[in-house]
Design a protein around this ligand. Structure first.
Ligand SMILES: [Zn+2]
Length: 232
């Protein structure tokens, strides 16, 4: 039975629980402010719940932060000087009457001086092309290293996920991924190729990812921390 005053704070919902061969519990606040809990294989549910309760203040604070950041995601105008991430660095848009298509030159993203909707179209198309160029190369390299095939590579405009593996070995990546540094792109490539061997996120899956890339958790964190700037 609940006492008066209890339950005033909303209960914390665990959106996803991932068990793996690890020794401690880790909490991650995802893109949509959802709570992802990573826990050891055999840890009792009540112990996991206790950790979540103890970290309640931290979770609420960071979920609130994530929601606010989500609400203030940059509204793209493709205007002079506007920053766009590419391979982990910021390019600045330079509007040019001389260009007929988007092109990168050092730290600049040269964009034809056209109405905003056309600039949006051209910049989006440029990112899709860059993503296809970079990911084709990285998938080829990692596919050979891991001895796992990629039958088909698709570049999407997905907003909610970095990549996916459908069927046996059809890999798909969002064009936004090319905004991340090379190491982070490689992590997502390794992650999706590992799904060719393991369709779930079980211990064997993470073992395979970790064997290829021991510091992959750094790259996952980079994605979590930068997702709101990764808007085309
Ligand atoms: Zn996955």
């Amino acid at each position: 039975m609940k006492q008066a005053g209890e339950g005033k704070e909303t209960e914390i919902v665990v959106n996803r629980l991932v068990r793996s061969r690890r020794k401690t519990v880790s909490l991650i606040i995802g893109e949509g402010a959802e709570l992802v809990v990573r826990a050891p294989l055999r840890m009792a549910m009540r112990d996991i719940e206790r950790v979540v309760r103890e970290k309640g203040d931290w979770i609420r604070k960071n979920q609130e932060l994530m929601r606010r950041r989500g609400a203030s995601a940059p509204e793209r105008m493709y205007a002079e000087g506007e920053p766009f991430l590419w391979m982990g660095r910021n390019l600045r848009i330079a509007l040019s009457p001389d260009e007929s298509d988007v092109r990168r030159e050092d730290g600049l993203l040269l964009v034809p001086d056209l109405p905003v909707e056309q600039r949006r179209l051209l910049v989006t198309r440029w990112y899709v092309g860059e993503a296809r160029r970079v990911l084709t190369e990285r998938v080829r390299i990692w596919s050979a290293l891991m001895g796992l095939p990629c039958d088909r590579l698709t570049i999407s405009m997905a907003n909610r996920r970095w990549g996916s593996c459908n069927g046996h070995a059809n890999l798909s990546f969002t064009a936004r991924l090319v905004m991340a540094p090379a190491d982070v792109i490689d992590y997502v490539v390794v992650h999706e190729l590992a799904h060719v061997a393991h369709k779930n996120h079980g211990a064997a899956f993470w073992d395979l990812v970790g064997a290829q890339m021991p510091d992959y958790s750094l790259h996952r964190r980079w994605l979590t921390e930068h997702v709101h700037g990764m808007v085309i």
